[in-house]
Design a protein around this ligand. Structure first.
Ligand code: FAD
Length: 491
C-alpha cells in the first residue's frame, strides 16, 4: 500500500519535528511554509557583520532534539555544534546588586550570599523544583497528556495533589526564598513560556530544573544552526519543503479534512498537521463558526515582545552572554502586562550579548545585543501604534543606560526592532504571541489545546498553542508526541 500523505502547515520547530517524526514512521510528508526559510520563530538576522538571533537564544533540554537524529541513525553533534554556557544568567538590579546563576552548588552558594539569601533556601527550592519537574515530565511532557481526564488516569489523585495545586508559581518561590532578589530571579523563569509568575500554577517551578539539571546551551554561530541541522534530516528523509507557500484554506468534507490550498493550488492529504496556531487556523483556514471559536477563548495568547537588535561599535564587558535587568516592581510589571494589557513603565528586560562567547557574531571589539522586554499581546480593543512601541523602546534604552550601559545610544551603529504587529505579520501567531498559549491557573490551569482536533479526527496541531506549550524543547517534544498520536489513531 502506498504511504499515506501528511501535509504540515508551517515549518516552526514543532512543524519540523512532527514532519521528521512522521517521515520516520513511514508517512509521505510535505511542508508548506509561508516564509522564505524554515524555522519559524527560530530566526536569524545578519547585517553589517552582526548576526542576531531574532527568536530564541537559549537552548535547553538538547536530549529532546537529539532523539530526532538518533531515530534516523544520525548524531546531532555532527550537525548542530552546541556548548554549555557559564554563567547561565547574569542578573542586574536597580540597587546595583549583580547575581549570577550557576548550576554548580558551591558557586550558587556564593551568589546567594551576595544578596543575603541563605544558600540552604536555594538548595531546598531547587529540590522542590526537581520534584515538580520529575512529576510533570513523566506524564504531561513525555506521555503528551492533553486533557484533565488523561491527567486523572495517568497520575491518580495521590500524585495529582503533588503538583502544589493551591499555589501560584510565585507562591512556590516565596515559600522557599526570602530575599527580593532571589524571588525576582526565580519568578522570572516564567520567561520561558511568556506568562506571569503571579498568575501561573506552582508546577511551573519545574523550569529551573530544566537549566540546573540539564544545563543551558549555545549553538556556535547562533541558534539558527538548529534549523540548519534539521534541514539535514529533512533532506535525509526526503521531506518536501514548499517555501513561500502560504496556506489560505483547509478543505473539509464529511467531518474530515481533505487537503489544503496554498498559492491557489489544492493539495490533497490523508492527514494534516497544523503548526499554525489553533485559534488562527480554526478561524482563518477552517472558517469555523463563532460558537466554536468561543470555546477556544480559554487558550489566551502568551505575551508578545519588543524584539530589539543593536549592533554596537564597542563592548560592554560587564555583560554575560545572557543578562536580566529587573524591574523595580516586578509584581507590578507582571500585573501591567498580563492583567491590564498595557505597556509596562519599567519592564524586566532580557538582554543577550552572544558576542561575549562567540566572536563570529560581531566585528572584533564590538557587541551585538538582542533586547527583549515581554509586553502584552495585541489587544484590538486597545490598539497600540508603532509610536507607542517606540516610546517603550526609548524607556528600555534609558533603563539600560541607567543600569550601567553608559552612553549606549551613541554606540549604536545598527538597529532593528520588531513590535507585536511585526511578529503577528511574520509568523501569523495569535495576536503577536511569542510562546503560543499563556499558562494561567485561573484561565486554563496551564493546559493548552489538545493535539488532535476535536472537530476533524485527521487534523492535528503542533507547537506552542497545544500541550505542553511554547519554548523550543517543548514544541520539538510536541512534534514527536503528535506523530505518536497520529500513528495510534491511524493504525
Ligand atoms: C523573541 C523570541 C525569543 C524567544 N526565546 C526563546 C528561548 O530563548 N528559548 C526557547 O526555548 N524558546 C524561545 N522562544 C520561543 C520559541 O521560539 C517558540 O516557542 C518556538 O520556536 C515556536 O515553535 P512553533 O512550532 O510553535 O512554531 P512557530 O515558530 O510559531 O512557527 C510557525 C510557522 O508556521 C508558519 N505559518 C503560519 N501560518 C501559516 C500558513 N497559513 N501557511 C504557511 N505557513 C504558516 C509561520 O510562518 C511559521 O514559520 C522565543 C520566541 C521569540 C519570538
Amino acid at each position: 500500500m502506498p504511504a499515506k500523505k501528511v501535509l504540515v502547515i508551517g515549518s516552526g520547530l514543532g512543524g519540523l519535528s512532527a514532519a521528521i517524526s512522521l517521515a520516520q514512521e513511514g508517512y509521505q510528508v510535505a511542508i508548506h511554509e509561508k516564509n522564505d526559510k524554515i524555522g519559524g520563530k527560530l530566526n536569524v538576522l545578519k547585517a553589517q557583520g552582526y548576526t542576531f538571533d531574532l527568536g530564541p537564544s537559549i537552548l535547553t533540554l538538547p536530549h529532546i532534539f537529539e532523539r530526532l537524529f538518533e531515530r534516523s541513525g544520525m548524531k546531532m553533534s555532527d550537525h548542530i555544534p552546541i556548548r554549555p554556557l557559564r554563567p547561565h544568567w547574569r542578573n542586574f538590579f536597580e540597587d546595583g546588586k549583580v547575581v549570577d546563576l550557576y548550576p554548580e552548588p558551591e558557586k550558587m552558594t556564593e551568589e546567594a550570599r551576595k544578596v543575603g539569601e541563605d544558600p540552604a533556601n536555594v538548595e531546598r527550592f531547587l529540590k522542590y523544583s526537581a520534584d515538580l519537574y520529575d512529576l510533570t515530565n513523566e506524564g504531561y511532557f513525555e506521555q503528551g497528556l492533553d486533557t484533565a481526564a488523561e491527567f486523572r488516569e495517568f497520575y491518580g489523585l495521590g500524585k495529582f495533589l503533588k503538583f502544589d495545586l493551591f499555589r501560584s508559581m510565585h507562591g512556590g518561590v516565596a515559600r522557599h526564598l526570602k530575599t527580593r532578589h532571589m524571588r525576582d530571579i526565580f519568578d522570572y523563569f516564567i520567561k520561558y513560556v511568556g506568562s506571569s509568575a503571579y498568575h501561573s500554577p506552582a508546577f511551573m517551578n519545574c523550569m529551573p530544573t530544566i537549566q540546573y539539571r540539564y544545563d543551558l546551551w549555545y549553538v556556535d554561530g547562533g541558534l539558527y544552526g538548529i534549523a540548519l541541522g534539521f534541514q539535514k534530516l529533512l533532506d535525509h528523509l526526503g521531506i518536501e519543503v514548499h517555501l513561500q507557500s502560504e496556506v489560505t484554506e483547509v478543505r473539509k468534507q464529511g467531518g474530515r479534512v481533505t487537503g489544503l490550498v496554498a498559492n491557489d493550488v489544492f493539495h490533497e492529504a490523508d492527514i494534516i498537521v497544523s503548526n499554525m496556531e489553533v485559534i488562527p487556523a480554526y478561524e482563518k483556514l477552517l472558517a469555523e463558526d463563532d460558537a466554536f471559536l468561543k470555546t477556544l477563548e480559554k487558550y489566551e495568547p502568551s505575551c508578545s515582545g519588543l524584539v530589539l537588535e543593536l549592533g554596537l561599535d564597542r563592548q560592554y564587558p560587564q555583560l554575560a552572554h545572557h543578562n536580566f535587568l529587573y524591574s523595580e516592581h516586578q509584581k507590578k510589571h507582571f500585573h501591567t502586562v498580563f492583567r491590564k494589557h498595557e505597556l509596562p513603565p519599567d519592564p524586566t528586560i532580557y538582554l543577550v550579548a552572544a558576542s561575549r562567547t562567540d566572536p563570529t557574531v560581531a566585528p572584533p571589539g564590538c557587541d551585538c545585543l538582542k533586547i527583549l522586554p515581554h509586553i502584552p499581546y495585541i489587544d484590538d480593543s486597545k490598539p497600540l501604534t508603532r509610536g507607542d512601541y517606540m516610546a517603550l523602546k526609548e524607556r528600555v534604552i534609558d533603563k539600560l543606560e541607567r543600569m550601567g550601559l553608559e552612553n549606549l545610544r551613541s554606540h549604536v551603529v545598527f538597529e532593528h526592532c520588531w513590535t507585536p504587529l511585526d511578529i503577528r505579520e511574520q509568523y501569523h501567531s495569535n495576536k503577536g504571541s511569542i510562546y503560543g498559549v499563556v499558562s494561567d491557573r485561573f484561565k486554563n490551569l496551564a493546559f493548552k489545546a489538545p493535539k488532535q482536533s476535536v472537530r476533524y479526527p485527521n487534523l492535528f496541531f503542533v507547537g506552542g498553542s497545544v500541550n505542553p506549550g511554547g519554548g523550543m524543547p517543548m514544541v520539538v517534544l510536541c512534534g514527536q508526541n503528535v506523530a505518536k498520536k497520529v500513528v495510534e489513531w491511524d493504525r
